[in-house]
Design a binder for this molecule. Structure first.
Ligand SMILES: NC(=O)c1ccc[n+]([C@@H]2O[C@H](COP(=O)([O-])OP(=O)(O)OC[C@H]3O[C@@H](n4cnc5c(N)ncnc54)[C@H](OP(=O)(O)O)[C@@H]3O)[C@@H](O)[C@H]2O)c1
Length: 307
């Protein structure tokens, strides 16, 4: 079995880890030692030349959960299944980040930090968790992990997705028509959607206006979900309390972007959930072995939907 590794960074580490886990496979690095044909390609943001020069016969494994960058590669071969990561160590990281941000909003941490800076003793009334709705845009692998991690805090939790998802303790909103109602009940809106033609620009002026006054936005999925100018306008108008952004339309965020020094914006550099090499290798290798045995696997991307 021939396997191509086409990743932009730490390529040798990936090759060596897969070689150790798949001893019967011959691993090849792109560029450098690639044959004309391989059974599997393991890729992360590959340059399109790899697909022009190497034919992939069985499957392309994306070494990340989001496939927007891969689907945008013009030379990506048609008819070969694309497989994405499912959790692979990222769900617990997303849960950590999201719980931290929800509790920051619920416990008025911003208010108390400002009060301390001003030397003010300024206690606020305790919030009722039952009236502090948390809404997660997405109901997939990562969104479900976030919903489960938030369960102990007794907030009403809802997800929004294309299709309805019945989960105990989580209200499911499905489809565009239900988006305004979902946003209206959410004091914190957490973005965990893929970037597709249907989700780009979803969080625009109308969406922010549908959120309750004082709402917080936490975007962890893909940056182009948010219309930056509309978010800044909603923050500056005082309608939204805060935005925490881990992902951006253009990364790295340009040095002059208004988000950097905005008092109501917190930025992290796309680190909410990073790829775990060990768990990724274990998951991808197990799927290759399943395919070799003729068994079905999960995580195959629907190219028409874009995720
Ligand atoms: N910031 C980071 O470090 C980081 C790390 C990993 C992943 N991510 C991002 O997180 C995203 C989610 O990952 P995941 O593993 O949870 O993906 P997933 O399991 O594929 O879930 C995607 C969810 O989005 C929903 N969705 C897609 N298009 C929609 C639309 N047009 N309207 C409503 N809902 C829509 C899906 O609805 P259905 O359930 O109805 O299909 C599904 O619930 C990835 O695509 C990636 O971009 C970011």
């Amino acid at each position: 079995m021939n396997v191509l590794v086409a990743v932009a960074v730490r390529a040798e580490r990936w090759r060596d880890a897969f070689a150790a886990r798949l001893p019967a496979a011959r691993l090849h690095l792109w560029p450098g030692d690639a044959p004309a044909e391989v059974d599997y390609a393991l890729v992360w943001k590959p340059d399109g030349e790899a697909f022009r020069q190497v034919e992939v016969r069985r499957a392309i494994f994306n070494l990340g959960a989001g496939v927007d960058a891969l689907l945008a590669v013009p030379s990506l071969p048609q008819g070969v299944p694309i497989v994405r990561l499912e959790d692979a160590g990222m769900a617990v990281q997303m849960a950590e980040y999201a719980v931290f941000e929800v509790l920051r909003a619920y416990r008025d941490v911003g208010h108390y930090m400002r009060a301390q800076q001003e030397g003010r003793w300024a206690p606020l009334a305790r919030r009722d968790p039952a009236s502090f709705g948390v809404g997660i845009l997405g109901a997939g692998v990562l969104a479900q992990a976030v919903a489960a991690a938030l369960a102990p805090f007794r907030f009403p939790i809802a997800t929004w997705s294309r299709s309805a998802h019945a989960r105990p303790g989580v209200e499911s909103f499905a489809g565009r028509g239900r988006l305004p109602a979902f946003l209206a009940r959410s004091r914190v809106v957490i973005g965990l959607l893929p970037s597709t033609r249907d989700t780009r620009g979803l969080l625009d002026a109308a969406a922010f206006a549908a959120m309750p006054a004082g709402a917080h936005v936490v975007n962890l999925g893909r940056g182009d979900l948010v219309v930056d100018a509309d978010l800044l306008a909603a923050l500056d108008a005082g309608h939204l309390a805060h935005a925490t952004l881990d992902v951006f339309g253009d990364e790295p965020l340009s040095p002059g972007h208004a988000f950097w020094h905005h008092p109501k914006v917190t930025i992290t550099p796309h680190v909410s959930a990073v790829t775990d090499l060990g768990e990724t290798v274990a998951q991808v290798a197990a799927k290759i072995e399943a395919l070799e045995r003729g068994e079905p696997i999960s995580g195959i991307v629907d190219r028409a939907r874009g995720y």
